[in-house]
Design a protein around this ligand. Structure first.
Ligand SMILES: *[C@@H]1O[C@H](CO)[C@@H](O)[C@H](O)[C@H]1NC(C)=O
Ligand SMILES: *[C@@H]1O[C@H](CO)[C@@H](O)[C@H](O)[C@H]1NC(C)=O
Ligand SMILES: *[C@@H]1O[C@H](CO)[C@@H](O)[C@H](O)[C@H]1NC(C)=O
Ligand SMILES: *[C@@H]1O[C@H](CO)[C@@H](O)[C@H](O)[C@H]1NC(C)=O
Ligand SMILES: *[C@@H]1O[C@H](CO)[C@@H](O)[C@H](O)[C@H]1NC(C)=O
Ligand SMILES: *[C@@H]1O[C@H](CO)[C@@H](O)[C@H](O)[C@H]1NC(C)=O
Ligand SMILES: *[C@@H]1O[C@H](CO)[C@@H](O)[C@H](O)[C@H]1NC(C)=O
Ligand SMILES: *[C@@H]1O[C@H](CO)[C@@H](O)[C@H](O)[C@H]1NC(C)=O
Ligand SMILES: *[C@@H]1O[C@H](CO)[C@@H](O)[C@H](O)[C@H]1NC(C)=O
Ligand SMILES: *[C@@H]1O[C@H](CO)[C@@H](O)[C@H](O)[C@H]1NC(C)=O
Ligand SMILES: *[C@@H]1O[C@H](CO)[C@@H](O)[C@H](O)[C@H]1NC(C)=O
Length: 641
């Protein structure tokens, strides 16, 4: 099946070859004239290279082929001519060009079934004194180190493939340039490096390649017209972006500047582009979601001259597709294409902010609640007791008779004071018993002094839920301390009360004991029991009622147990209530007030008998709760307020 056409074409090919000896008659694929011409001068060597042996033409690796060169004028096949022509495959060498060599040369490439045709033009010019008449232009940058590449790379590459050595020589005009002399350095075999280019380099430079081929030593040369320019530009530098990932939120707008710095003088030929993947972002209008905004050039003077060329990449609204891809900014210039990129990373929605603010609010609320509670603790607790008595245990069945046992210095005892007694016998029962409904046991009222039996005192205390301990500055002070108390006390109030302290002290000091508290046998027992229960067992709550301001010096004389109790739970201060009342009542100055104090001794302790004043509220706070909750032995109270 495949044999017949192959055989036929072979017959056709052979037949055609037989009939037509000239190449013109051959039916070949026409590759016409090569674009590049070969320029030479008489005496030089010249190389003509056919480009038909290329994968674009046929598969030259596997298909066998023959190449033949023809002179297009005569139609003669060209073959080796000693000392003049070397034909080596696709390459035709002229070892010593003459003017007559000028013309078109035809290459025919034949494979078993096809043929290809190409024409190469050789131009032979009149020689010049130094250098070649055909010159290529090249720009040199003033003030920097620049390079001139020799345009004979094709020759050196071909000679290398033949293993033929070659030497390259540079000339400035007719003058030979020696390597590493002056501002010149030979580099990379075909490149001339010129340091600190100046006006003197505005000249013709010629490179000559000497080699020996086909037994002939010859050379080929090219001339460059070097053109020194004041304006110059160096390799651009991309300052921004910086190959980083940037966090951004979906839905927000975003922009990133591409900042390219081109060192040099004048406006360089540099393009700045943004691209995503292989796609260049060329939209420049904000109606596009992703677009670029050109920024004005910024010239920089000084030691680092140059220009900033900047392009802003803007996203009017970020979408998911914008994330995790590289946005690349590239500076395109004749000296290189440096680039840098950035990648967007979806920012986690900021959960810390709401959590933090909620937490902060809760904290603020908590702190204010605590502060409010401490400021209005007494009021809140009293209100709560009043509103929700069911939450509190009923005390009716605890076997106690009294809500409080009121203890204070009795007459004839050390520390006795009329004011204290008045307070105990009138103010206390008036408010607590009449207004609030508590049941009190008042030592000087419910049992007369002297008549009491020790046992009954202890019994009565045991039958009480609280012990109200009334005292003034002088209550616990013995006589030997009186003078110091008087001298240290600042207020006249204290002085007055100290005068009451005229009884003989019967105590001799000692440890923490009842003998220091109320130096009277009966009271000693009362207090023994009270202190004992309060401090040791903790079963009986003692409420300290301070009727007079106590200075630290006076406090030091107090029995340790009272001091301890006062420090631990504080005292309810009657004198504070008196002071605020007094302030409200009088508009007198402080000194007048002090002068008047003597005459106002009575009003000082005169009761403020409204249960809603601060003092009485505090007392009520410490008094037992009148709860309504039935007590079951196994249940404990929810609230201990
Ligand atoms: C040359 O070949 C083409 C096909 O490649 C054909 O069409 C043409 O007729 C041929 N010409 C001659 C003169 O054989
Ligand atoms: C090949 O192309 C050249 C230029 O295009 C033309 O002059 C020449 O006649 C062509 N040859 C053939 C055989 O077609
Ligand atoms: C000569 O032409 C061939 C293709 O036919 C090409 O591969 C080679 O690089 C060329 N040689 C030079 C020195 O240009
Ligand atoms: C190449 O030429 C040789 C003889 O010079 C010949 O034997 C061979 O068949 C030719 N090959 C082709 C593909 O024409
Ligand atoms: C021409 O001579 C070179 C060596 O100088 C040789 O390699 C080449 O094959 C010769 N060409 C022909 C067509 O004989
Ligand atoms: C060039 O050809 C002309 C005639 O065409 C001849 O007179 C002349 O001698 C030739 N020159 C060389 C260098 O071969
Ligand atoms: C060139 O020389 C190297 C060794 O120097 C050798 O391996 C190679 O085959 C030679 N090539 C040719 C084309 O002579
Ligand atoms: C290179 O060859 C030319 C002749 O072709 C000769 O004048 C010149 O001196 C040679 N240069 C070197 C460096 O050998
Ligand atoms: C991005 O949005 C902000 C306000 O949300 C606005 O001030 C800014 O100009 C916008 N930027 C761009 C590039 O549109
Ligand atoms: C971005 O480019 C850098 C460097 O070219 C590469 O390492 C990285 O994988 C790229 N990232 C993406 C998301 O394409
Ligand atoms: C950024 O990455 C590019 C390759 O994508 C690299 O050429 C360039 O030097 C990098 N720049 C920096 C500042 O790392």
């Amino acid at each position: 099946m495949g044999l017949t056409p192959t055989f036929a074409s072979l017959l056709f090919f052979l037949g055609l070859h037989g009939i037509c000896t000239g190449f013109l008659q051959e039916n070949c694929t026409n590759y016409s004239l090569q674009f590049e011409r070969v320029f030479s001068v008489p005496g030089d060597m010249a190389m003509l290279n056919s480009t038909l042996v290329s994968p674009d033409v046929f598969d030259f690796q596997t298909v066998p082929y023959n190449i033949t060169w023809y002179d297009s004028e005569t139609g003669d096949e060209i073959s080796n001519q000693t000392g003049r022509i070397v034909v080596q495959g696709e390459t035709l060498w002229f070892l010593k060009i003459t003017e007559n060599d000028s013309g078109d040369y035809v290459t025919i490439l034949r494979t078993p079934f096809r043929c290809y045709r190409q024409v190469t033009k050789l131009v032979v010019d009149q020689p010049e004194k130094c250098g070649r008449p055909r010159k290529c232009n090249q720009r040199l940058t003033k003030g920097v180190t620049d390079t001139l590449p020799c345009p004979l790379k094709d020759y050196t590459r071909k000679l290398d493939s033949y293993n033929i050595s070659s030497t390259l020589t540079w000339y400035r005009g007719c003058e030979r340039i020696v390597d590493r002399v002056g501002q010149y350095v030979y580099r990379d075999r075909t490149t001339l490096l010129i340091k600190e280019v100046g006006a003197q380099n505005n000249y013709d430079y010629t490179c000559s390649l000497n080699f020996t081929l086909g037994g002939v030593a010859g050379s080929v040369s090219e001339t460059i017209d070097a053109w020194v320019r004041d304006e110059y530009s160096m390799v651009p530098q991309v300052h921004e972006p910086t190959n980083r990932t940037i966090r951004a939120e979906i839905g927000t707008n975003f922009s990133q500047l591409c900042s390219v710095f081109v060192p040099g003088v004048g406006l360089p030929f540099v393009d700045v582009i943004w691209s995503m993947g292989n796609k260049i972002i060329d939209a420049t209008h904000p109606s596009e979601r992703v677009y670029t905004i050109a920024q004005p050039f910024r010239f920089q003077d000084g030691s680092k001259k140059g220009v900033y060329m900047e392009l802003l990449l803007a996203f009017s609204q970020l979408r998911e597709e914008d994330f995790d891809v590289n946005y690349t900014c590239q500076a395109q210039s004749g000296r290189g294409h440096p680039q840098a990129y950035f990648t967007l990373l979806a920012a986690d929605p900021n959960v810390m902010l709401p959590i933090g603010s909620v937490f902060g609010c809760v904290m603020v609320l908590f702190i204010t609640s605590v502060i409010v509670f401490y400021l209005f603790k007494v009021d809140i607790v009293l209100w709560f007791r009043k509103m929700f008595p069911v939450l509190y245990r009923s005390k009716d069945s605890d076997g106690k008779l009294y809500d409080a046992y009121v203890a204070y210095p009795q007459s004839c005892a050390i520390g006795f004071s009329v004011e204290v007694e008045t307070f105990a016998l009138h103010a206390l029962p008036h408010v607590l018993e009449k207004a609030c409904g508590y049941k009190l046991f008042i030592a000087g009222r419910d049992c007369m002094p002297g008549e009491a039996i020790v046992d009954s005192v202890v019994e009565n205390i045991q039958a009480s839920r609280r012990l109200l301990l009334l005292y003034t500055a002088s209550t616990f002070a013995s006589k030997r301390h009186t003078s110091s108390t008087s001298s240290t006390s600042s207020s006249s109030n204290n002085n007055n009360l100290s005068k009451n302290n005229n009884s003989e002290s019967t105590t001799g000091g000692g440890g923490v004991g009842f003998d220091e508290v109320y130096p009277d046998a009966r009271q000693q027992l009362e207090c023994l029991a009270a202190m004992h229960r309060a401090l040791i067992e903790g079963s009986l709550k003692v409420v300290l009622v301070e009727l007079e301001k106590i200075t630290p010096a006076q406090l030091a004389l107090f029995p340790e147990s009272v001091r301890h109790l006062r420090k631990k739970q504080g005292a309810v201060c009657w004198w504070k209530e008196q002071r605020t009342r007094q302030r409200r009542r009088t508009c007198t100055t402080r000194s007048e007030e002090d002068k008047e104090n003597g005459g106002r001794e009575d009003t000082k302790l005169s009761p403020s008998l409204s249960p809603s004043t601060r003092f009485w509220k505090e007392i009520r706070y410490y008094m037992p709760v009148r709860g309504k909750m039935a007590v079951y032995p196994e249940k404990t109270a929810l609230l201990n307020l």
